[in-house]
Write a protein that binds this ligand. Structure first.
Ligand SMILES: C[S@@+](CC[C@H](N)C(=O)[O-])C[C@H]1O[C@@H](n2cnc3c(N)ncnc32)[C@H](O)[C@@H]1O
Length: 302
């Protein structure tokens, strides 16, 4: 562990989970930070990302030391690669890269006059302006409520629908204007960040893809292998927490059934009862780390 002695808490924890492993799949390779730590430990790495630009950065950083695949981690192509690779450690570091948020061209930011896009894969059809300009009011309400935890979701959806009838939503200013008009002039960056994130989650189908992929990743893991997930949104963490708890329980029959008719044994064990979070120093340097939660699950040996 000496190499990571001074590394941030989460990276240290991840490297300790991957310590005696030999085949690692990084489902969200991004700029290749974690993957570089894995290759530095001498393990084989398969890195996946849906974003071409991210993969290019990872390719430059990792060279030939890792295999790379472009696609969503739940796609049949990615799953085939993962199963074929036979990992004993799988990492998901969810959400977007910081440079996604920093680059105005990709349309994730609430800075002024940024075109509303938010697609992690630029070839995907659905973008943020399509969501805001074409979704039914009830669907917009669902997005703001379920992914943005917004109490005034219905009112905000109504504002968007009213405003788009006058002029289509094209830039960040349009969504910021709708948020301000609904939540009041005191609303600021925390509200914008939360509600822009809600639209991004919808555009990229993030929670659905996470929920779909977890059982398939468990299946692809070697016996005794570890699945580790870092989430940044309460909805993501809820899915991971409940899935790991369900896998760790011996019986998942409804309480009304008198005799157990389910699998009757745990699929493995949680290796983090409580999520691992970043240290205060780490959050100071990297404010995004504040919402990070790491959970791990070990698949049973046979
Ligand atoms: C937080 S960043 C990962 C950073 C990376 N761990 C590193 O060390 O540089 C998340 C990455 O996951 C990718 N991503 C998010 N959802 C994905 C999905 N469903 N399938 C594939 N890649 C995804 C994003 O494009 C982004 O590059």
């Amino acid at each position: 562990m000496s190499d990571f002695e001074h590394a941030p808490v989460l990276l240290k924890e991840i490297c300790s989970m991957a310590q005696d492993k030999s085949c690692v799949v990084d489902c969200t390779v991004g700029g290749g930070g974690h993957a570089a730590a894995f290759t530095g430990m001498g393990v084989s790495v398969l890195g996946i990302d849906r974003d071409r630009d991210a993969l290019e950065v990872a390719r430059q950083r990792l060279g030939d030391s890792a295999e790379l695949y472009q696609g969503t981690f739940d796609s049949p192509g990615a799953m085939e690669q993962i199963s074929h690779f036979g990992p004993d450690f799988v990492l998901m570091d969810l959400g977007v890269s910081s440079w996604h948020l920093d680059s105005d061209e990709r349309g994730f930011s609430f800075r002024e006059k940024v075109r509303l896009d938010m697609r992690m894969d630029e070839t995907a059809e659905l973008d943020a302006s399509t969501v805001l300009n074409s979704y039914a009011e009830s669907d917009l309400e669902r997005v703001f409520r379920d992914y943005g935890d917004e109490r005034k979701a219905r009112a905000l959806a109504r504002t968007v629908v009213r405003r788009r009838a006058r002029a289509a939503f094209k830039t960040s200013d349009d969504l910021v204007g709708a948020i301000r008009a609904t939540l009041g002039p005191r609303s600021g960056p925390p509200e914008f960040a939360r509600l822009f994130q809600a639209v991004r989650i919808e555009v990229n189908s993030e929670l659905f893809q996470l929920a779909e992929s977890l059982p398939r990743l468990l299946e692809a893991l070697q016996p005794g292998g570890i699945l580790a997930v870092i989430s940044y949104h309460s909805g993501e963490d809820r899915i991971v927490k409940h899935t790991f708890a369900e896998w760790a329980s011996r019986c998942v029959c409804p309480p009304t059934i008198p005799i157990c008719s389910c699998r009757g044994e745990a699929l493995g064990e949680r290796i983090t009862r409580k999520p691992v979070t970043a240290s205060p120093e780490e959050c100071e340097v990297n404010p995004r780390a504040r919402s990070a939660k790491l959970r791990g699950f070990r698949k049973r040996d046979k």
